[in-house]
Design a protein around this ligand. Structure first.
Ligand SMILES: *Cc1c(COP(=O)(O)O)cnc(C)c1O
Length: 417
């Protein structure tokens, strides 16, 4: 006997209904042009691979922008999501669920957050930063600092923290009081904090959207010392760097990055749900966690049991399969192999774990990325001179090696043309 119909009209089944060209045409008529036309229309994924509607396979070295940490179609994640949806899919925040509670506890434990710390669950990174922005406002202090080059999201509050003028200016007026301090400049930070009226400093341990830029060694520790002295909250935006991406649960836990800092708040999203939309604000210690009081923030979907199950399953697989060690080892080997290439194209390799920026000797990143795509590799030209890689943690050395071989054979003259 057939179970109750497991599909309905209107759900496309893989590529059945058209080619990449046909889907792309439909996309442009139905989906807003904010992202430009899609590079390909993808229909299926498995492990580190995805397939487009024409049947072409790609090695996904971007992982949905640091999201698909377990790769595509992971059986444990899929089962956890399905089981939770079939048990209890959603409840309002008038109610709690064991999955939500266990997820919040697990995040605090991974972050080694002190007693009294608490979590606000969101659906995305920008919302996690939005919550942190509101929390910072509750200090009553007027100024907020972020770093030049910072990216914190696209909703109005998170956008107000984002440095790139082209993202912000069309949407002004934005929430006020935000200033940017020069990247990695301790003296400038000290001067900006000195008046004692700064609510919070927002920092990415590595700036992802700026091209995978690490902070100068010691900067975070100095930022912690100075913010503590002036009563300013230190908010670490680990939306891109967190949840194992750098080989540690959080980038600031790496001794050479964080130097043992204990922040006041951390935001996460991207890899948190292994591909399921979920984010979180972790507030460290009771006094910070209490800044947002009853009724002062909310979210219909935040804490959704299915999203929480996705987070718990993703964390569980990373732990069970020893993926943090794999990310550290593979990341180091991959960065070394790219750096050792005998090509004038590659000038530098930056990053930690599997968040990698390849610095090019000329502004040819878009051309390199489009050659890569044609050869079956998804990478991201994060700026004109940098290629970003943020592949699934399940990537093997052999699979990564196929991209190194591609780079080795790429003719610099061809991409310069
Ligand atoms: C991607 C990103 C965000 C925004 O997250 P969304 O889920 O796209 O809203 C914020 N901060 C950093 C550092 C990011 O990389």
């Amino acid at each position: 006997m057939r179970a109750a119909a497991s599909t309905v009209d209107g759900l496309p089944t893989a590529a059945a209904d058209g080619s990449v060209a046909q889907w792309t045409d439909r996309y442009t008529h139905a989906v807003m042009d904010t992202f430009g036309p899609p590079q390909r229309v993808l229909v299926r994924g498995e492990g580190p691979y995805v397939w487009d509607a024409d049947g072409n396979r790609y090695l996904d070295l971007l992982g949905g922008i640091a999201v698909n940490s377990l790769g595509h179609g992971h059986p444990t994640l899929t089962a956890a999501i399905s089981a939770q949806l079939g048990t209890l899919g959603h409840v309002s925040n008038f109610f709690g669920s064991p999955t939500q509670i266990a997820f919040a506890e697990r995040l605090l434990q991974l972050a080694q957050a002190p007693d009294g710390s608490r979590v606000f669950l969101t659906n995305s990174g920008t919302e996690a930063n939005e919550a942190a922005f509101k929390l910072a406002r509750r200090t009553g202090r007027p100024r907020i600092l972020a770093l030049e080059g910072a990216f914190h999201g696209r909703t109005m509050g998170a956008l107000a923290l984002t440095h790139k003028a082209a993202y912000r200016e069309p949407f002004e007026p934005l929430p006020g009081g935000v200033e940017w301090v020069p990247f990695g400049d301790v003296a400038a930070l000290e001067a900006a904090l000195a008046p004692g009226d700064v609510a919070a400093l927002f920092v990415e341990p590595l700036q992802g959207e700026a091209g995978v830029l690490p902070l100068p060694p010691g900067y975070l520790a100095e930022a912690r010392r100075l913010t503590a002295r002036h009563g300013t909250l230190l908010v670490l935006d680990e939306v891109q760097t967190g949840m194992g991406r750098t080989g540690s649960w959080f980038a600031h836990q790496l001794p050479h990055i964080g130097g043992g800092v204990v922040p006041d708040a951390v935001t996460v999203a991207k890899g948190l749900g292994g591909g399921f939309p979920v984010g979180a604000l972790l507030a460290f210690g009771d006094s910070t966690a209490s800044l947002l009081g009853r009724g002062q923030h909310g979210s219909t979907f935040g804490g959704n049991p299915v999203a929480s199950a996705a987070g718990l399953a993703t964390i569980g697989v990373i732990e069970r399969d020893g993926l943090l060690e794999h990310v550290t080892g593979l990341g180091a080997r991959l960065r070394r192999r790219i750096l050792d290439l005998d090509t004038p194209l590659v000038e530098a390799v930056r990053g930690e774990g599997l968040l990698i920026g390849i610095g090019l000797s000329a502004p040819v990143a878009p051309a390199v990325a489009s050659r890569a795509l044609a050869a079956g590799f998804i990478v991201n030209p994060v700026n004109p001179t940098s290629i970003r890689l943020a592949p699934p943690f399940v990537l093997t050395d052999e699979q990564a090696g196929t991209f190194v071989d591609f780079l080795a054979e790429l003719d610099p003259a061809e991409v310069a043309a």
